[in-house]
Design a protein around this ligand. Structure first.
Ligand SMILES: *Cc1c(COP(=O)(O)O)cnc(C)c1O
Length: 377
């Protein structure tokens, strides 16, 4: 029996995707960004799948501590840095590498009597206007950090691209120009590119790259999927068909009775809903796969269930597996149904969804048979 809402995680895929990163930037070191619970896949699970990568990056100190407690020994950058002296003490104790983005952090370092060495990333705000020093403070922050004996030299330098997924927008070129201009003459390794920078902007390659979403197999670009970049899907979200109903034309389905059957239809009820992280906001072009056949979602998505029109899949039976996203229905497509991006769908998968670690038996082009998975252990 197929379990209800569950996510099959192919934990060989992150390594494959890491290799794709290396193919794009053979000269760069890779900092695997695994913040937000590994983009919803499990922080430790993804860290272990990528063991041996040059470094990891997380957003917060607590995420870094979680990795250290689990015995992860690779360097760990903390993208939001620390916010107080107590957090700096934890950073030092656990050898985390904070991003320094504001002068208050420089002041905390200067005021701390700590002697143990601190490896930092100094962040320039080159145009995103979120975190980082502006043009006028960047060199001042660099000068002051250089004067702190415990800060390792040369100080490493980074910035973040706001529009790298928009390949015909000049913003990225401007950001790159500003970063180059302000860091000219400074020693220290540089890091600029996220996934979109790695895939779309060769000029953004630097000593380090910071891929996140592409390690999980999804494309950072609108109108593309991971398959376009030869990335392997890590998560396949599945559930099962739990009821099949014959409905007459004119009958309203689900909360609000928003969808009315335009003709006599076979309605399928699937055990997954927004309580599992499937978006409630999907449009009326949304589809799921029942027995590998695309069927349209009809009516409102509810907490535990959603309903589909089974007309295009007459053989569908109770208990059939349903794929919400995976290799044959890419998450980028589902994100477009919901007018969002794959990042939010992955991060939104809830605790209730059972995790099955397995390797997906990928369908060779032209080969018959449905996607299956093998359980490990
Ligand atoms: C999240 C994040 C990344 C990774 O971005 P992707 O688009 O997932 O590749 C890289 N750098 C910073 C600063 C980030 O916050």
């Amino acid at each position: 029996m197929i379990p209800a809402a569950h996510a099959v995680l192919d934990l060989s895929a992150p390594r494959h995707n890491l290799q794709r990163v290396r193919d794009h930037v053979p000269g760069s070191k890779v900092m695997a960004v695994i913040k937000a619970n590994g983009y919803g896949h499990g922080l430790l699970r993804i860290a272990r799948a990528l063991r041996g990568v040059d470094a990891f990056a997380v957003a917060r100190v607590e995420e870094g501590l979680g990795l250290r407690e689990a015995g992860i020994i690779e360097p760990i950058a903390v993208l939001e840095g620390f916010v107080c002296a107590d957090e700096l003490a934890l950073v030092l104790q656990h050898h985390l590498e904070p991003v320094i983005h504001s002068m208050y952090q420089v002041e905390i370092i200067e005021a701390s009597g700590q002697k143990s060495s601190l490896s930092v990333w100094l962040k320039l705000d080159s145009g995103m206007n979120r975190l980082g020093f502006g043009e006028h403070d960047f060199l001042e922050a660099h000068r002051r950090l250089s004067g702190c004996s415990q800060v390792e030299k040369p100080i490493r330098l980074m910035t973040h691209l706001a529009k790298a997924d928009e390949l015909d927008d000049p913003a990225t070129t401007n950001q790159l120009r500003l970063f180059r201009a302000l860091t000219e003459g400074l020693f220290g390794e540089r890091s600029i590119a996220n996934s979109a920078g790695i895939l779309g902007w060769p000029e953004a390659r630097a000593d380090w790259v910071r891929p996140g979403i592409m390690l999980l197999g999804a494309s950072p670009f609108p109108h593309k999927t991971g398959a376009d970049h030869d990335l392997h899907t890590v998560m396949t979200l599945q559930s099962r068909l739990i009821a099949v109903r014959e409905l007459e034309a004119g009958v309203a389905v689900g909360y609000g009775g928003q969808w009315v059957a335009p003709r006599n239809i076979r309605l399928g009820v699937i055990a997954i809903g927004y309580g599992d992280g499937y978006p409630r906001s999907i449009g009326n072009d949304a589809q799921v796969l029942v027995r590998d056949t695309r069927v349209p979602v009809v009516g409102r998505v509810s907490m535990d269930m959603l309903t589909v029109d089974l007309s295009s899949c007459p053989d569908a039976q109770i208990g059939d597996p349903v794929v919400l996203w995976g290799d044959q229905l890419r998450i980028e497509e589902v994100a477009a149904f919901a007018d969002t991006i794959p990042y939010t769908l992955l991060c939104a998968v809830t605790q209730r969804v059972m995790i099955v670690e397995g390797s997906i038996v990928r369908r060779r082009p032209g080969a018959a048979g449905s996607q299956q998975y093998q359980r490990h252990g």
